[in-house]
Design a protein around this ligand. Structure first.
Ligand code: ADP
Ligand code: MG
Length: 354
């Protein structure tokens, strides 16, 4: 490899692919590790390592070929981070954001501690605790596994006491949340470098299809003071938890315009993809700049937009030769085959300049 700045990425899905693409635009080199030979980042990375996240030889290779190492999903085994640090790897984000965001209870406790509101919840380790928790919170409630869930997986809505019988708990930790009347779901991306500069992208409004993100609209249709409040809450989390790199923060808003922190992800986030086409710097550029401790530019929203995921079979509508509207930017992740519910790409529909 040349003297360019070198980024190691754990995980080779679409987020890694888009990080590699942004890195290439910035003159950086990338090295990606993923267990699957069909990883979509494979052809965007300068070096692709196929193998396990705990393969010492591969991790060594990653350390030798990286100035900084990051990850594209939060369920990287913590053992991997430990091994990389032992091998002399430089992980600017450290272990903490992963440790917190891998578990919904730790996540909510850590923001509650700094005075940020979440929906009311109970920790559930047994059927007795589930029954007691539901009674205390009042129906409807939503049960989620504390770790490992994403895209609405491993979640159960319980509308009334009789429905408790349909739930069989495994030997896992769960969180039981009060279900609120959602008026809007909103999220924001925050970035922070080692010299403690913080910048944010605009707040976006998220629309789910089923339990999975479908569309993100930017700017969110909220007033300026709410936009400011959300941005300030996300910055507060970033600063007080002393995170470096990128953080995607999701909020719920109820009928009374009351905000609740829902969850956070220390990696680029699906709801931030619009930034590739709508902003002067994307979430991928800004994350890489944070990792390299470069000066952080305040990103500018150049045009309004709507990002829509291309899921499963929908990919068949997007062939390379198809003529598309000049206001629609198509991003295909290059996954080998479509499966129901699998994110295959996304489009950004550009609105008028603002
Ligand atoms: N406490 C809640 N009240 C109302 N709706 C909820 C609640 N928790 C989750 N949801 C709905 O389920 C979706 C997925 O839940 P979330 O906690 O974001 O999990 P995931 O990690 O799968 O994205 C949310 O975007 C929201 O629409
Ligand atoms: Mg979510």
């Amino acid at each position: 490899m040349s003297d360019s700045f070198k980024i190691g990425i754990l995980g080779g899905g679409q987020l890694a692919k888009m990080l590699c693409d942004a890195g290439q635009e910035m003159g950086y080199k990338t090295i990606v590790l993923d267990p699957s030979k069909d990883s979509c980042a494979k052809f965007s990375a300068d070096i692709f390592l196929e193998g396990s996240y705990t393969d010492k030889e591969l991790l060594k290779k990653m350390v030798e070929n990286s100035d900084v190492i990051t990850y594209e999903f939060e369920n990287i085994p913590s053992e991997t981070i430990g091994m990389l640090i032992e091998l002399g790897g430089n992980i600017p984000q450290g272990k903490k954001p992963l440790y917190i965001s891998q578990n919904r209870i730790r996540e909510k406790e850590s923001v509650n501690k700094i005075g940020i509101r979440t929906v009311e919840y109970r920790i559930v380790n047994s059927r007795e605790e589930l029954i007691k928790g539901a009674e205390e919170l009042g129906y409807p409630v939503i049960l989620k596994t504390a770790s490992g869930g994403y895209d609405g997986k491993s979640q159960w809505i319980i509308k009334k006491i009789e429905e408790l019988n349909n739930i069989s708990l495994e030997d896992k930790e769960y969180i039981l949340e009060k279900m609120i009347d959602l008026k809007k779901e909103l999220s924001v991306m925050v970035f922070r470098n080692k010299r403690k500069e913080v910048v944010t992208l605009p707040v976006v409004e998220n629309i789910n299809r089923g339990t999975m993100l479908y569309e993100s609209i930017v700017p969110a249709k909220i007033n300026e003071s709410l936009e400011r409040e959300i941005t300030e809450l996300a910055i507060k989390i970033m600063k007080e938890l002393d995170f470096i790199g990128v953080l995607g923060v999701e909020f719920f808003m109820d009928n009374k315009d009351q905000l609740y922190f829902n969850e956070m992800a220390p990696r680029p986030h699906n709801s931030g993809h619009y930034s590739i086409d709508c902003c002067d710097f994307s979430q991928f550029h800004l994350h890489l700049k944070s990792l390299g401790d470069e000066e952080l530019p305040s990103p500018i929203l150049l045009r309004k937009g709507l990002m829509r995921n291309i899921v499963g079979k929908e990919i068949e509508e997007y062939s390379i030769n198809k003529k598309v509207d000049e206001n629609i930017k198509v991003h295909i992740y290059g996954k080998k085959e479509w499966k129901q519910g699998r994110k295959m790409g996304h489009i950004t529909i550009l609105n008028e300049r603002i």
